[in-house]
Design a protein around this ligand. Sequence first.
Ligand SMILES: C/C=C/C(=O)SCCNC(=O)CCNC(=O)[C@H](O)C(C)(C)COP(=O)(O)OP(=O)(O)OC[C@H]1O[C@@H](n2cnc3c(N)ncnc32)[C@H](O)[C@@H]1OP(=O)(O)O
Length: 257
Amino acid sequence: MDILTTTADGILTLEFNRPERKNAITGAMYTTMADALRAADTDPAIRAILITGKPEIFTAGNDLEDFLHNVGEGAMTESRPVFQFMRALEGCSKPVVAAVAGAAVGIGTTLLMHCDLVYCADNARFSMPFSQLGLCPEFASSLLVAQSAGYTRAAEKLMLGEAFGAQEAFEMGIVARVLPAAELLAFAQGQAAKLVKLPAASIRTTKALMKRSRAALVKDTIAAENERFSAMLTGAEAKEAFTAFFEKRKPDFSKFD
Ligand SMILES: C/C=C/C(=O)SCCNC(=O)CCNC(=O)[C@H](O)C(C)(C)COP(=O)(O)OP(=O)(O)OC[C@H]1O[C@@H](n2cnc3c(N)ncnc32)[C@H](O)[C@@H]1OP(=O)(O)O
């Protein structure tokens, strides 16, 4: 099971469980998470959701094999598993807690912008390497990173695509708190347990009100980003980047305009 799904004490936990591939996310994994999120949203017994990975890796982002072989027409259209997952996450009316240890690459960082209580371990590393992959931001990262961190810091992270650490993520507002690695999961579980005990309608209403003003902009940004992302996925630069990754060499973009 590449996604471990557990339910206990009113909390649905989704855990990335593909460590041999650094928890890279396949279409099947997106579908599992989308289904679980949608079911949780309508199940009164679930009052909080926790998304986590392994102590050494949150996720290496989208599986690059999938990108290499499953692109083409409609690569990022609404029916695709990644879209189903992000829609289920973004639309989830219940509170979502994220606990990040190790690397959170690409969509691994983007998805945090759609969670509510986001915590990381001091070993966490964040990156949105879209430009390094011949791609562009996705699922409203071009909007939400800048809203959270300001334009210049967002531009540095999104244009250079370099990894940054836990403290910088905290200063950028991407995480609410940095914890010693050994304490992260218990802390996040404790925060989720607090949410479970609070009046569910109050939590749902608070979340809805906080997201209300950005909802239309997020929707519009996702549509604009994903149209371009979809086109770029089939581009020569992206192919070079994915191929170079698996050939364990640096990509050579000098031949492209
Ligand atoms: C819509 C969504 C968009 C996105 O999410 S775009 C982002 C896509 N993701 C990436 O570009 C990240 C690629 N991965 C990495 O940069 C590195 O990995 C890490 C920094 C995460 C970890 O580095 P290290 O600890 O040195 O591990 P390793 O040797 O690179 O990886 C171990 C095995 O895992 C496979 N793997 C890692 N990431 C992916 C991936 N994203 N898709 C498919 N496979 C991946 C490798 O190939 C390798 O495999 P083997 O042991 O056979 O050499």
